[in-house]
Design a protein around this ligand. Sequence first.
Ligand code: ARG
Length: 495
Amino acid sequence: MWSGRFREPLDRTFEQWQRSFPFDWRLLPQEVAASKAHAQAIAAAGILTPEELAKTLDGLTRVGERALNWAHRISATSGEVDYETSNQQIGAAIVASAPQAEDIHHYVELELTKEIGALALKLHTGRSRNEQIATDMRLFVRDSIDATITGLTRWALSLITLAESNPDAVMPGYTHLQRAEPVLIAHWLLAYVSMIERDLSRFTDARTRMNFCPLGSGAIAGATLALDRTIAARALAFTAPTSNSMDATSDRDFMLDFAQAASTLGLHISRFAEELTLYATAEFSFIDLPEAFSTGSSAMPQKKNPDLTELARGKSARLLGSATALATLVKGLPLAYNKDLQEGQEQIFDVADTLAGLLSVLPNFTRALKFRHAKMKEAAQTGYLNAMAGATYLSNKGLAFRKAHEVIGNAVRLGLDLNLELNAIPLAELQKLSDYFDEAFFAAISLNATVDCHAVPGGTATSQVHESLTSAKHRISTLYTLPTTPWEPEASTHG
Ligand code: ARG
């Protein structure tokens, strides 16, 4: 591919070590698509005749299809394969089939030569691997973003379904992991929907920002042919060509954006997983873990372990690790392309696989969750969670809130001494603390009233939560109507 100026052969160990084909074979669909787009651009510039273009496009299709055939053959022989195993198997087969290939670009050229002969060598006119890898990675990240948006939408909708099937049930809400105020289970679930909505907007935003086409940037300074760069950009459904060749060939912000959005999502998943792990303990007993998503212990016959949530919590470490590795990789790199950048690919593949894995299990797991309503209700009613509602009642009657807070504090202290919840303390005893207490106080601190007094938008009052449910469902299902098919150019506005 580049040995013309070399007198000595490469050290074999070094040559093997510097290859990216063992992992960048995954970019085959992207490399094929980008090569087809480039072929169209150089044909328009007169480098390929219409017949040569047709032959080249056809050859590229066949090169791409071969991998798919492998995929099919392998999944046909091993039945239901999990996506990672099958990826590994396909990869191993492709890599073994091309012992000469240094990277995916080299591989496609070698394979295309088998298909269409020497004509294949014309394809590299006016392009460089530096712009190719930048393009392939953008396409890969864009696909991964689309898949993530689809998966996240599914997960959000499953949280909403779970919330809808628990419309009025209560649980204790915690601050400092101490019981604070009762909330609806649906309200708690919708907190995660809010996080997911921000994640969705981060991924969508990253997609918009990255959707520009590096093809035509050459190795660093721009193509040496007068290419119409909009041809390739349009063929690949990019918004427009990138605007600076040095930036385009060395920019990896789009990978960083994706990995960083993924790690923030990972943090949300990890918080959810942590709460469920905790709520499934005997100490909390709020949740009955679905058996289909739990594991046993080979040593202790009684165990039902929350492996799914533990592993989900653990995966967030990986996502953060990748984002950190990518940032570290780019920091201090001089312009433009440097081989260091090759190291970023595996981080992105790992982020994409990790997200795909998480989002393949979370929706069904979420839908299968069963709450122990009686247990949660009891917990929501014990420990003076209605103290705030009580203070609010007194302040509504005209007592300054600071004062009301103190009076209820005294009532709680009395309750602790008598081992009674607020609503079980006789009115006469309460009235010794303040004459603002009256019979209606007890209705104001009932469980329902304690929940429903939070009747602001975004609060846990039943009516508010039901509205939030409806609007979240509407927003998510109308805004994110994916999947889009990755290789079908949508109506693009290029400029
Ligand atoms: N495999 C290389 C990578 O992933 C492709 C670009 C190689 N460019 C170069 N100038 N050596 O970065």
